[in-house]
Ligand binder design. Sequence first.
Ligand SMILES: O=P(O)(O)OC[C@H]1O[C@H](O[C@H]2O[C@H](CO)[C@@H](O)[C@H](O)[C@H]2O)[C@H](O)[C@@H](O)[C@@H]1O
Length: 384
Amino acid sequence: MDLKLTNVSPVLTDPAPINKSRIGIHSSLLPYSQSGASFSSGLLTMPRKKPGKLDDVRSNGWLDAMISSSPPRKKMLKDFNFEVDSDDRDIGYISWVVKHPSALNSFEQIISRARNKKIAMFLDYDGTLSQIVDDPDCAFMSDEMRSAVRNLAKHVPTAIISGRSRDKVYELVGLTELYYAGSHGMDIMCPVGGRESADPSSCIKTTDQQGKEVNLFQPAREFLPMIDEVFRTLVENTKDIKGAKVENHKFCASVHYRNVDEKNWPTIAQCVHDVLDGYPQLRLTHGRKVLEVRPLINWNKGKAVEFLLDSLGLSKSDDVLPVYIGDDKTDEDAFKVLREGNQGYGILVSSVPKETKAVFSLKDPSEVKQFLNCLVRWRRQSEV
Ligand SMILES: O=P(O)(O)OC[C@H]1O[C@H](O[C@H]2O[C@H](CO)[C@@H](O)[C@H](O)[C@H]2O)[C@H](O)[C@@H](O)[C@@H]1O
């Protein structure tokens, strides 16, 4: 099978946190080729590394990123070189929250900027609307959260932008009144009549669950067979690593190590690295105890926000205030778009200090729910 990348308009620019000399960012501009891997109808078989040969993931920073994707209970306090316990870490949090104030405490400031404007709300799913749990299949959102989101969507255009597949996140949220972008924004269902895509081959007309005509924007459609093959290979190659779980999110695949013994993290990282080695058109990003394999195209959650604003007729308008709430590294692309466009507000969900482009913060999904309810009350009052 010959996958041509020429029809994929969003061309790579995004630097990937990978060993570029091995995965080869620039080689992705070359026609699709495989090194040591066969891409065919059957399972892809990768030569397995001998146990103990884990140098790649040690040297390319994957392991460091994996460890930092979930802070340890005790932590070395940078600049002071001693271990701190949770009380002392509260001090770190307090000084961080001065830079990224609580969106709840800053509610007046937020609504004063939103006065006479239309808010457009963008919500991440895992860790934002649902608590982080061990089993990704059990990350359900509470009924209270669902009704907060439903009530908000009555007043404010609301979209979910998730790393999960669009179908999966729709199944979990279950609200027809929202817009959904799955696979980190690589699968967007939006109303017809908005912006025509710069690349019409990425956009098709279809119908949603209610039979309404919608546009489906899928800039990585050509990667579908490749992601499917990589997914099956990852399942096969990680099957002996206890606790490993691989998910197929249509345009990306997630390899979870939350339930893998920490001593086996180098093994799982090396395993993913070896598979990726055969696919220079794919890249790796890090989430919360998850390694995510996705197409090397210039598309991310930030681009998805811009696309949705356009599709909803809300871009280039001074009377729109976009707000994006998310907890993960992949949400940073969206925070960056809003910050750099001086357009709206990014809100990071985190109970620990993190480097972020978000303006405000919320500690956890329960604070997200409170914030959404505050917005609903405010909108209801201002509409009376
Ligand atoms: O963009 P998101 O909606 O935040 O999706 C990001 C990833 O979320 C899921 O994994 C995370 O949540 C799981 C359930 O709480 C947790 O077990 C896992 O450790 C987290 O990484 C989802 O399963 C991934 O596929 C998404 O990419």
